[in-house]
Design a protein around this ligand. Structure first.
Ligand code: ZN
Length: 291
């Protein structure tokens, strides 16, 4: 695990340094960011790999899974789910990242939280950060005796791997909501999975683009923020076509803002885009699609 004990001053300084650099990189002009970002991502990967050198390793064709003894019995299932996610994700985004992707399995929620410096109630099955996928052990959230198919269908692999591939294509040039929308879109396409709650109906109370762009992680109704993100991406893919969605992604890759990428590919300014996807979503996404 990525332990950052208070006594390990050296490690702590490295961690703070890398996080600081990553934040600085986000504030840089996009052209500078585009070449610096992959270097910082690689440095984070080297650091994570070093810190987890004591963990056991399970390798598949495209992934290296690191795990503790508690997860020895589920590691092959995780490897299978990762490989099952590989093809649909790279086909949808038309890009395959170089080398093998590192997946870390955290045996419980507190270890996962610790790895990310979370203090509160954040709970996630998986997190993508800095070129690595970090998963919560399926022992914590999957019923005993569940099948590999169940894990592939309802697990986080397609979602997290989409975040990773998209991050490699665009080198960090995207707002948070868009990568969440895209990850859910690929999950929806591949696994027919949607995160639907009693409080994320897409009606008149949706957030504005300004809120999604500026404060996605701080919006109090996260399930609504996530569902809106899916709606905006589905709107692009289903109304304009997946080639236009890829066009938006390619525009981000070349350093354009999302606003510019949308106007270049859809011919809509941001305000028109906002009202168009919201109207579309309220008509097409409020009835449960049966799997
Ligand atoms: Zn996500």
């Amino acid at each position: 695990m990525r332990k950052v004990a208070m006594g390990e001053t050296g490690t702590l300084i490295v961690v703070i340094g890398l996080i600081g650099i990553l934040l600085l990189v986000f504030m840089m002009p996009s052209r500078t960011r585009l070449w610096l970002y992959p270097l910082v991502r690689q440095a984070v990967q080297i650091k994570v790999n070093y810190e987890t050198s004591h963990m056991a390793i399970y390798e598949t064709e495209h992934f290296i899974v690191k795990y503790t003894p508690a997860d020895a019995d589920v590691v092959s299932m995780i490897g299978q789910a990762a490989e099952a996610a590989y093809q649909p994700v790279i086909e949808t985004l038309q890009y395959a990242p170089p080398g093998k992707t590192l997946i870390l399995i955290h045996p419980n929620k507190s270890e996962l939280r610790q790895a990310f410096g979370w203090s509160g109630n954040e709970s996630a099955m998986g997190v993508y950060w800095g070129g690595t996928i970090q998963l919560l052990s399926p022992h914590v959230w999957l019923n005993d005796g569940a099948t590999v198919e169940k894990f592939i269908h309802s697990g986080p692999m397609v979602h997290e791997y989409t975040h990773l591939v998209f991050d490699y294509i665009t080198n960090g040039n995207y707002p948070r909501w868009f990568t969440e929308g895209l990850a859910q879109y690929v999950e929806y396409r591949v696994n027919h999975y949607e995160w639907i709650t009693t409080s994320n109906t897409l009606d008149g109370n949706m957030h504005s683009m300004v809120e999604l762009d500026g404060q996605f992680d701080d919006l109090p109704n996260q399930s609504l923020a996530y569902r809106e993100s899916l709606a905006a991406v589905r709107y692009i893919a289903e109304v304009y076509g997946e080639d236009k969605l890829l066009g938006v992604i390619m525009s981000l890759k070349t350093g354009n803002s999302l606003e510019k990428a949308i106007s270049k590919n859809l011919g809509l300014d941001y305000t028109a885009f906002e009202s168009a996807w919201q109207q579309w979503a309220s008509m097409h996404m409020n009835t449960r699609v049966e799997k």
